[in-house]
Write a protein that binds this ligand. Structure first.
Ligand code: IPM
Ligand code: MG
Length: 368
């Protein structure tokens, strides 16, 4: 078979797989307020992952001390999600590790390294797909400027779902972007529900539908359809390029509340937003599905910090914010509130030569 035929064959397979993914989308939500025991999986990750996770687990154990003692919360450390192990096994998430992860309800996860190029998929992308974590929720707030943003990033489709499945022909390469009806509807509903339940009156849809006409066009249309069920909420739509500019425009940026976006734009703009808040080390990230949820720092594994011998200065603020989101998700609002308030009041900033990761966590423990 020639290369063109092979590429067409592979495209057919991809389309068939995506069609069956739509069929398998499950929408039954776990109700944590009714669950007798909650198992929290703990995954260290790579680079600074084990360093920030050690502190995050210390804080978690303190906050949930009596529940852990009573057995209503189980902390389950899960090994094996390291870049060395993944490369050795040739699996982005080793099957044994994945099985352990699936035995938990929620995960607290340190950053994992994604090799550039090659065939190995990012562990994050694999986990989001395997656990069907379709909503990536990233809050960013700067109270003194009146900024209180929540990003609802679609997390299982777009450019990511087939990011490791592109085709190459002599002299060219093609990647695919996928947007489905149910995949869009569920993220839109999650964003509007969040807005309704949190007193927000504006949701901004962000795409590049003038260029990505089919996929982003569908995304926009379905979001507007879902919006009809939320008449009290104002909806507007924007293109991603101007929205990245809006976020650095102090004259208008505080007017935005909830952002609803496809995967890749959401990835990019949330780093920008976190930087505006004080750095990518400062924002938490929740990956939510109906069955599972995974909470992590918004940043990567920072291999440069490790190479320079500065791992002790890794900032745990982002993973601790994610931890607060985890506590809220499993219906432990008081523990979440205590941690959020300690994070707000902590006067320290982690930086090389100054406060260390461990000292910051110690300060948080003292503020709880
Ligand atoms: C993020 C990260 C991931 C992404 C990487 C690690 C795959 O940048 O969670 O934003 O691109 O989604
Ligand atoms: Mg990112």
């Amino acid at each position: 078979m020639n290369q063109l035929d092979l590429a067409c064959e592979s495209f057919r397979k991809i389309l068939e797989e995506q069609l069956s993914r739509i069929q398998a989308m499950n929408t039954e939500k776990v109700d944590f307020s009714k669950k007798k025991t909650v198992t929290i999986g703990l995954v260290d990750g790579d680079g600074i992952g084990p360093i920030i996770m050690e502190q995050a687990v210390k804080v978690l154990k303190y906050l949930l001390k009596s529940e852990i003692a009573a057995g209503t919360v189980i902390l389950k450390p899960i090994a094996g999600l390291t870049i060395e192990n993944r490369l050795a096994l040739g699996q982005s998430v080793p099957s044994h590790t994945l099985a352990q992860i699936k035995s938990c309800d929620v995960l607290l996860k340190g950053p994992t390294t994604t090799p550039m190029g090659g065939k190995m998929e990012s562990a994050n992308v694999t986990l989001r797909r395997e656990l069907d974590l379709y909503a990536n929720v990233r809050p960013v707030s700067i109270p003194q400027e009146g900024i209180d943003w929540t990003f609802y990033r679609e997390n299982t489709e777009g450019e990511y779902v087939l990011g490791s499945r592109g085709v190459e022909l002599p002299g060219m390469a093609v990647d695919f972007k996928v947007t489905t009806d149910p995949g869009t509807e569920r993220i839109a509903r999650a964003a509007f529900e969040f807005a309704r339940q949190n007193g927000k009156n504006r949701v901004s849809i962000v795409t590049k539908a003038n260029i990505m006409k089919k996929t982003d066009g569908k995304f926009t249309a379905i979001c507007h359809e879902v919006a009809k069920d939320y008449p009290e909420i104002t909806v507007d739509d924007w293109y991603i390029d101007i929205m990245t500019a809006n976020l650095v425009n102090p004259a208008i940026r505080s007017q935005f509340q909830v952002f609803l976006l496809p995967n890749l734009y959401g990835d990019i703009i949330t780093d920008e937003a976190a930087q505006i808040q004080g750095g990518v080390g400062t924002a938490g990230s929740a990956n939510m599905g109906d069955r599972y949820a995974m909470f992590e720092a918004i940043h990567g594994s920072a291999p440069r910090l490790i190479e320079e011998g500065l791992g002790a200065y890794a900032n745990p603020a982002s993973i601790l914010k994610a931890e607060a989101m985890l506590l809220r998700h499993i219906c432990r609002p008081q523990a979440a509130q205590r941690l959020e308030s300690a994070l707000e009041r902590c006067p320290l900033t982690v930086e090389p030569g100054g406060t260390t990761c461990a000292q910051y966590a110690e300060a948080i423990l003292n503020l709880l």
